[in-house]
Write a protein that binds this ligand. Structure first.
Ligand code: NAD
Length: 379
């Protein structure tokens, strides 16, 4: 598997990998230009050869609160690719937290190394010291290539880590709740009613989030058509929620009302877009648009798109409970508010005549600008 690194820091959306030429150009432009392009506040690079640790922490923006974002461990082709990835991911976290109405900033970290490394203690303890050196400006959590047991090593060195075993727990039910609520908001706009009873929803991926999403939809009376590359997961959803299973490649062409991508990124692409017959695309997957122009294409075709980072913020809300000391009910309430968030995003899109993915960026930018202005007013 290859690291998903987007082609430039100019985009929050879109998932293509930068060419070597693009990476070299980024470096030729200068390190501070690269970091300054999207006004990252701080990038910290830490090397501990004895521990086998090479890590980068990027803090994009702390206007709304401490920068929270997971630690990714990956075998990047080169160090600059790792830097570009962490800059992009940390910026995405700023927008995600802002749109979700959380008092969190955006940050992320990457550890350059094999995610299957077995001697993990020294590496993650070193990462914990790195996190601690930032004195709470950055709070970490698990991400691709890391696990809750890695977070335990980090916790030995710093309190600025969330998502530990026995705390907020599996984020998937909260993510699914948020996606379900966001999907209902899309239905309200598309059909004048947010009822999903009788609607046909295609769900790509019956994993952690997909399973719980199917449960919500089944309980409301939606008809489910599902796919997964793992037949056992399809069978479970077919058995429990009276879904119809289809082959992975066939999910896009199903005649349905709503498509919910809950597996992979970049699934809204040149190939799928010609096949989709739905009114709404609303799902949990990160980076659903292959490129920004695919968001434009959905807009042009009149397909309502719930921007991925706005509708799948339930997982972030779940770990934020540890930062804020929220109980489960408070987190569920916050995840349910994704309904109002998606309505607002779609309203901005409609008023301004812009695609919804741009409207989400605008909403996030406005919230950060308001908070920055309020801070300046106080100062
Ligand atoms: P998961 O790994 O539990 O489930 C993904 C499922 O997709 C797996 O069952 C896998 O077999 C299946 N899959 C893979 N390729 C497929 C294909 N080509 N066609 C159909 N199915 C395929 O992951 P998850 O935690 O359920 O997350 C799903 C998506 O939502 C991911 O993109 C993830 O980044 C995103 N997301 C998850 C959370 C969360 O709380 N878990 C939060 C935000 C975003």
């Amino acid at each position: 598997m290859k690291a998903q690194v987007k082609s430039s820091e100019s985009s929050l959306h879109g998932g293509s990998t930068p060419s070597r030429a693009e990476i070299t150009k980024s470096l030729d432009d200068g390190l501070f230009e690269l970091i300054g392009e999207h006004r990252h506040e701080q990038v910290s690079i830490w090397h501990d050869p004895d521990a086998g640790y090479r890590g980068i922490i990027a803090i994009h923006n702390t206007t709304l609160g401490p920068a929270l974002g997971g630690t990714r461990m990956w075998t990047y082709e080169n160090d600059l690719e790792a830097l570009i990835d962490v800059l992009r991911l940390s910026r995405g976290m700023t927008y995600k937290a802002a749109v979700a109405g959380l008092n969190l900033g955006g940050g992320k970290s990457v550890i350059v190394g094999d995610p299957n490394e077995t001697d993990r203690g020294p590496i993650f303890r070193a990462h914990g010291r790195h996190v601690q050196s930032l004195s709470g400006r950055y709070i970490t959590a698990e991400d691709v290539g890391t696990s809750t047991s890695d977070m335990e090593f980090i916790r030995e060195e710093t309190e600025y880590v969330v998502g530990l075993a026995g705390r907020s727990g599996d984020p998937s039910p909260m993510t699914a709740l948020g996606v379900y609520r966001g999907m209902k908001a899309c239905a309200q706009v598309a059909y004048g009613s947010d009822s999903l009873a009788g609607k046909t929803v295609t769900v790509q991926g019956c994993g952690h989030v997909g399973y719980y999403l199917c449960k919500h939809l089944y309980e409301e009376g939606a008809k489910l058509v599902v796919s997964d590359i793992d037949d056992r997961k399809v069978k479970q959803v077919v058995d429990e929620f009276r879904a119809t299973g289809v082959a992975p490649d066939d999910i896009y062409a199903v005649d349905a009302d709503i498509f919910a991508p809950c597996a992979l990124g970049a699934v809204v692409n040149d190939d799928s877009i010609t096949l989709l017959k739905v009114d709404i695309v609303a799902g949990a997957a990160n980076n659903q648009l292959d490129e920004e122009r695919h968001g434009d294409a959905l807009h042009e075709r009149g397909i309502i798109y719930a921007p991925d980072y706005a509708i799948n913020a339930g997982g972030l809300i779940n770990v934020n409970a540890e930062v804020e000391g929220w109980d489960l009910e408070r987190s569920r309430q916050k995840a349910s508010e994704i309904y109002a968030t998606i309505l607002r995003v779609l309203q901005i899109a409609s008023d301004a005549g812009i695609p919804s993915y741009r409207a989400a960026d605008r909403l996030a930018g406005e919230r950060i600008a308001e908070a920055a202005a309020a801070k300046q007013g106080v100062a």
